[in-house]
Design a protein around this ligand. Structure first.
Ligand SMILES: O=C(O)CCC(=O)C(=O)O
Length: 329
């Protein structure tokens, strides 16, 4: 394998080439038909692309047959980034004790305070609505997760100088797949149940703790373990403020330690298909006023296009709620 498939101007190797050139890797994708498709045997340079050239199709290709992640240059303005960063810093200055994930080691080492989350960002600034409704991202998510996809979480992850990295993992709803018996028999990544968006608010470099990921690990859905040599195989999601990284959360990844003398913050957005229970109860957290003012896209992101679960027993008037014909939910 080439040393890096993530750097600027490099090309990514798609799944078929990756597997062919790695005989020891047992990434047998779930969609066997892909291997018969000559089109995906071509190398494609979509792992880093500018916002003007990116299309939903290039993004989805990178998440499915590509390495699992794509960086889009220049998706957000300097003003948006500055606005978001100001809010995140203000809300995390004295809130070291928020819930976090994959930080078992940091908790044991008493270093949790050097990594801070800011949850419920929609309620903390209009810029976060704009970020989550970015038209290119929304169109890509419609293609990847289905037209009625929802937002499961929008939060910031701030790692202070000297702050710890995370345990290599995969994301919600796969995040406890280390207990596979709690998932349906035969679960696989042939269709996605998650997409992640990282919007760096500070430079993401190896020194500041840019997210690490192992390309192509999304093809075989599995929680990474000790024997997987994550740190020897990983690439870094290096990016500048204004860029956005979109990845399939089934790709092994983690935040890395911040070895610099500056903060490293990012907005993290989780998107899900309409039927997956969201991780943050966004609809309740934003409040009624926000919902009243919400755009049609935002109402969809809050799950309002998909009205289940419902107390069907409490609906008084008889009606047909589902089906091709005459459905009224
Ligand atoms: O902040 C990062 O670099 C990644 C965070 C992440 O993967 C997570 O919290 O699940």
């Amino acid at each position: 394998m080439p040393g890096s498939i993530w750097n600027e101007n490099s090309i990514f190797i798609n799944r078929a080439i990756y597997i062919a050139s790695n005989p020891n890797v047992s990434y047998i994708g779930n969609n066997a038909a892909c291997f018969d498709n000559a089109a995906i045997v071509q190398e494609t340079n979509v792992n880093s692309i500018d916002a003007v050239s990116a299309t939903p199709q290039t993004i989805v290709a990178a998440l499915t047959d590509g390495p699992g992640a794509i960086r889009i240059r220049g998706a957000f303005s300097a003003d948006q980034i500055a606005d978001a960063r100001r809010v995140v810093m203000a809300h995390s200055e004295d809130r070291a004790q928020t819930v976090t994930h994959f930080q078992g080691q940091a908790a044991e080492d008493q270093r949790l305070h050097l990594q801070r989350r800011v949850w419920n960002l929609l309620a903390k600034g209009a810029v976060f609505s704009a970020m989550s409704e970015h038209p290119l991202i929304v169109d890509a998510m419609r293609l990847f997760l289905g037209a009625d996809f929802i937002m499961g979480s929008i939060a910031a992850n701030r790692i202070l100088p000297g702050g710890p990295g995370q345990e290599p993992h995969i994301d919600y709803p796969y995040w406890d797949l280390h207990a596979p018996d709690t998932f349906p028999l035969g679960i696989n990544s042939s269709f996605p149940l998650n997409a992640q968006v990282t919007i760096p608010l500070d430079p993401f470099t190896p020194e500041t703790g840019a997210t690490a990921f192992v390309p192509h690990t999304q093809h075989a859905l599995r929680y990474p373990g000790e024997a997987d040599a994550f740190y020897e195989r990983c690439e870094r999601m290096e990016a500048e403020p204004g860029d956005v990284v979109i990845f399939f959360g089934a790709t092994w990844h983690c935040a890395m330690p911040n070895r610099s003398d500056r903060d490293r913050s990012a907005v993290l957005i989780q998107y899900l298909p309409k039927f997956v229970k969201p991780m943050e109860d966004l609809r309740a957290m934003v409040g009624e006023g926000f919902v009243q003012r919400a755009s049609p896209t935002m109402r969809q992101l809050l799950g309002m296009n998909f009205p289940y679960p419902q107390n069907l027993d409490a609906i008084e008037s008889a009606r047909n709620a589902e089906g091709r014909k005459g459905a009224m939910r």
